[in-house]
Design a protein around this ligand. Structure first.
Ligand SMILES: [Zn+2]
Length: 237
């Protein structure tokens, strides 16, 4: 994973840049503050103004270390462009991503280090997490809705930092899931997201800077997925 501009400048939602390569319906930009998605989180979307009009960036396709921004029309663009990221979608994804870390921490505490086996964070305000919990009582999982919202109200700071891959690998609990942990950056570091006093784990997603910036959450469903896995669905109220 490269160092994303969206992590270095999380408030940069509008920027000027230029098209460095194009094919019908997709562009490579000289720089981009869109999060490309990954680790279960869907990508940012944006409005792109070009010399002849306006297009929507509706997806991002990583190909060989380059991030093709997929357009909503088969245009072949060139030149300077102005990009406006969909701020509401970014905010929804950040709220949900932070909520999944809170939920992950609560499950990890209440169910003796249970691991995440999958996660999906959607732009419609819903998310799901799968946990390896062969013996869990679903009602005990459901009871975490209160503590989840308690943490939101506790107004805990959320911070990101980078540490060496080796340190990440030998620190228990830091790499919570192989399926959602980010790959190391080219300089051999891995991004760590910390919710003050609650949770610290490797993550490449977008987050709030404080839990209190989240709307309250509802646990909508708990399902058994096979013998070992429990799928917990949450949504923003
Ligand atoms: Zn994460």
């Amino acid at each position: 994973m490269p160092h994303y501009l969206c992590h270095e400048q999380p408030d940069l939602l509008e920027f000027e840049t230029s098209v460095v390569d194009a094919r019908p319906g997709a562009v490579l930009l000289a720089r981009s503050a869109l999060h490309p998605g990954g680790g279960g989180q869907v990508c940012d979307t944006a409005t792109l103004k070009h010399a002849h009009g306006v297009a929507q960036i509706i997806g991002i396709s990583p190909e060989g270390g380059r991030y093709w921004h997929v357009l909503d029309a088969p245009l072949e663009l060139a030149g300077e462009v102005h990009v406006s990221i969909d701020a509401q979608r970014r905010s929804t994804l950040a709220q949900l991503h932070t909520a999944t870390h809170i939920l992950n921490a609560l499950v990890y505490q209440h169910f003796a280090g249970a691991l995440v086996t999958g996660a999906q964070i959607n732009a419609d305000g819903s998310a799901r997490m799968d946990f390896d919990l062969p013996d869990a009582d679903n009602d005990a999982l459901r009871a975490l809705e209160g503590p989840l919202n308690d943490v939101v109200r506790q107004s805990l700071d959320v911070r990101a930092s980078y540490i060496g891959l080796r340190e990440a690998q030998v620190t228990p609990g830091l790499i919570r899931s192989l399926s959602v942990a980010p790959p190391p950056t080219p300089d051999g570091t891995i991004r760590i997201v910390e919710i003050d006093g609650l949770d610290r784990q490797a993550c490449g997603g977008t987050h709030l800077t404080n839990t209190a910036h989240s709307r309250p959450l509802r646990m909508t469903k708990i399902e058994n997925k096979g013998r070992r896995n429990r799928r917990v669905r949450i949504e923003l109220m």
